[in-house]
Every structure is written in structure tokens, then in C-alpha cells.
Design a protein around this ligand. Sequence first.
Ligand code: ARG
Length: 577
Amino acid sequence: MNIQSILSDKIKQAMIAAGADKSCDALVRQSGKPQFGDYQANGIMAAAKKMNLPPREFAQNVLANAHLSDIAEKLEIAGPGFINIFLNPDWIAKQISHTLSQPNLGVQTADTQTVVIDYSSPNVAKEMHVGHLRSTIIGDAVARTLEFLGHKVIRANHVGDWGTQFGMLIAYLEKMQNEHASEMELQDLEAFYREAKKHYDEDEKFAEKARNYVVKLQSGDEYCRSMWKRLVDITMQQNQHNYDRLNVTLTEKDVMGESLYNPMLPSIVEDLKKQGLAVEDDGAIVVYLDEFKNKEGEAMGVIVQKKDGGFLYTTTDIAAAKYRYETLKADRALVFSDTRQSQHMQQAWLITRKAGYVPDNFSLEHKNFGMMLGKDGKPFKTRTGGTVKLADLLDEAIERATVLINEKSNNLSDTEKAAVAEAVGIGSVKYADLSKNRTTDYVFDWDNMLSFEGNTAPYMQYAYTRIRSIFNKTQVDLTALYTAPLMLVDEKERLLAIKLLQFEEAVQTVGREGSPHILCSYLYELAGTFSSFYEHCPILNSEDETIKLSRLKLALLTEKTLKQGLDLLGIKTVEKM
Ligand code: ARG
């Protein structure tokens, strides 16, 4: 249940009944301060201005037309014309019971959409590095969230598995096979790529063979195809290992590499020419976009086919958008990639729209993110300045968490400790990324992410175990809590109950905006609200059995909400820490 949208709708109706335009917006938001109520309608002033009415007078009319008696116990006009809304405890109690009894914590599935989520998208014959980490982690949390909201999610791992570099890679794979290279040698993809490039640059015979293989691969030559396939497989096996360690839901089935769109490219370029969108310019095929200006202030040219006949990253993304709409029958397509690719995505999609490959209501959204920086504020690198391999980063995370858990958790067995270290180590890396607004650059800092204080994985995981331990200490039959009456007497109880009901607002925002940090902030606030409730309102020591059950009920819903929320983020919880 989404309190914000219920209130928004009801107040909007009252505004319309009081004479406002149908397009008015009540702008209901959670209040920042308790004296302003639980929610606040901020849209009154703007509507009143349009109607030439004094805002407070219009606010009066709105209140006279509002049907909120069950939800709100008090409505108050404040300042120049805000409406403060104080929720009714009986209504809150009813909603809490309902939420607890529903699967999915009562979260409503609105109109179900098919959403394609393009994320992770590493490149073949290259080791996944930290640059792909953000896309993988954030994209996966959004995929889980949209699925939870009832949408049909199609995961599209847009792997870079095509391009002229494959000639050189195939030639080098052949060379290594002829020299009976071990599996081990093939596994080191960075070295493999480096060596292939070196041969290509330094050995003219090798380079010629490589060029020949590109042509053969593109024309479907069986030998080149199978060598190419082998490179893809080796890469994706390694990536799969990273995904599994990261608790990311991607599988081999989700691979939709660039090569998939290859057969579409010639006809797209033909069609763009036919439509007059693309023109020949010095042998290349170019689309000039007025919406983008080059340095000289002229319409920017986007090449869709090179002079040598090769297609480009942009051409593939035009095809991918078309495919998502036409073949996958999607309503919405998201791409999680670096902000530096924003212009590229916007151009590809503008061409897609101009060519009429997708209708206006088909939503194409670039969910861009900033860079991952080291503590020195520069792009995150190894000490020697190289790119950090993802696998090494995860090893280090677990090592560091192991040290931490060995210090902190004395009452765990060795196997328990190992499981906790894994959950905390991996969880920390993920949560540190998820909890930041994705569009800004973020500083990767081990000490911060592994801290038990603040908005971190260990803090959240620990908060969860603390609630678990309450239930481990009580004999109360949990099923009784579902029907137990909820008593919201103390202000801390009321605040916790409202916070619990705001889960859906957070989840829906994540689904809409592709911004998991909203859910992290929510869960962090929920844990904090629970903590202050727990300090002020004794649960197990409570004298009164009804109060004890009521408080346990709040604790149970908090536990479930934290668990569900962390699960949507792909963060594992443990029973004890
Ligand atoms: N493979 C690309 C990279 O490593 C990311 C692909 C993002 N998705 C897309 N449809 N362009 O930068």
C-alpha cells in the first residue's frame, strides 16, 4: 500500500471538486518534521494561484471536499497554504495487520509491464573489471525490484561479443592451441588480449591472418564461428563465476550480446538511407542530428556504417532498441551504463525514434552512473595503476570481512564465521555502491563500507540479527501475532508503524527511477526507527501481554521488511553475527 499515492489521489479529487484544473497535482510528500504531520500536501499554492484565489481560502475549500476521515485523524492548514496530514492510528493499525498477512508485504502490482534491463554487459576476452561492477550491482537490484512489483523482467546482458578485434583474438587462440597452451593460460583473459594485440601490432603475417579471419567470421565461416564461440564461452564462464559470488541473478540464459543484432544491421542502414535520415559522406553512412551540435556548432554526424562496410556500436544499439520493442514486445527498456555513454545512448535512441522503429509511448531510459573513484579522488586503480580485476576485489572483500568478523563475533563456529564473512564482505561492496545516488561518482573506501556504523551493509545485517535474536528468545507462537491487535500508544510505536507502511513507496520509486539508493535510505531509516522504538518500548520485558504481542508484531513486520528489502538489493542476511 502506497500512502503517498492514496493521499495524492484523494486530495487531488478534493482540489478538483473545489474547482481546480484536472491536471492539478496535490504534491503529497512525507513531512520532514513531526509538527508538520506525517504527510504534507504542497500543491495547493500553485493550484490556487492558477485560480486566482488566496491559497489558504482554497485550502479551506479543499478540506471541505476531502474524504479522508478514515486515513487521517487531523488535517491542518499551515503557512501560506500547505495541508498537513496526521494519520489515524486505527487506520495505521489496520494496514499493518493487512501488510503482515499478505504475500509480498502487500505491495501492489499495478499495470504489469514487460521491462528489458540491459546491465552488466562486459566484453569478451576481457576480464570483468570494476567498471562493470556498478552496472551489474545496480542493474540487478532494479531487476529484482521490478520483478517483485509484478513486472515481467527480461535481463539482457549486452555482452561486447562482436567487432574487428575478433580476427586477432581468433588468430591468437589458434596459435595458442597449436602450441598446446593449458587451460590455465587461456583463463588469464587480460594477458590473452594483451598478447593477441602485441602479435597483431608486431607480426605482419599474424595481422594479415587476423584480418582474413574477421571477414570469414562475418560471412559465417564455420571454423571462425566455433573459435569465436570458444572465446565467448571462456569469458562468460568466468563472468558467471563472478555473478554467482556476487549473488547476482544473471545466468548464461540472459546473454544477449551485440552479435545477436548483427543480422539486423544491413537492413537498418538501408532503411535509414531510404527514409532520408542517413546520407553517404566520404564513403561512410552518416545520420546528421540537429539536436546535437559539434564543436563548430553544426548538426552532429553519427556514423552508422564505416567506409569499409563495418557497423558501429551505435548501429547495434539502434537495432537493440528496435528488437526490444518488436521482438521482445517490451513496454520499457533500461540500460545501465556509464555516464560517459549518455550521449551515445541518446543519439542511438533519437535515430531509433526518428526512424519510427518504436512508438512514442515506448520508454527508453539510460540509467547512467558515475565513476568509481579511489580514496585519492582519481579513477579506482590498483596500486601500480592497472585496472582492478573484479575477482581480486571480491577476494579482498572477503579477506577483510573475515578479519572483522573474527574480531567481533566470538560466539560463532568457524563455519558460521565463514558464512558471515562472505555475506558481509560481498554485501559491503554491493551496498556501498547501491546506497549512493548512482549518477554521482563514488569513492570506494574499504573502511567506510565495512563499518558497523552508518548506512552500510554490516550495520543493516546486524540490525536484522538483533531482531532475529528477540524472536529466538521468546516462546510466543508467531502465528498469534498475525491476529494480535496493534496498540499504537507510544509515539515511537506510531512512527515505526508508519515507517513500515512506507516500504512500498520506496520500492515503487526504485522501480520507476532505477535508483536503489532510495531503498537503502529507507531501510536505514527503518532500522534507526526500530532501534529507538526498541530502546523506549520494552518488548519481552513488557508486563502487559497485549502490549508485548503488539510490539512483537511490529518487530516481526520490521524483520520481514528488512529481509525483503535487503533481498531486493541482493544483500544476504544471516541469523547471527
Ligand atoms: N559493453 C559495454 C561496455 O563495456 C556496455 C554496454 C551497455 N549496453 C548497451 N546497450 N550499449 O562499455
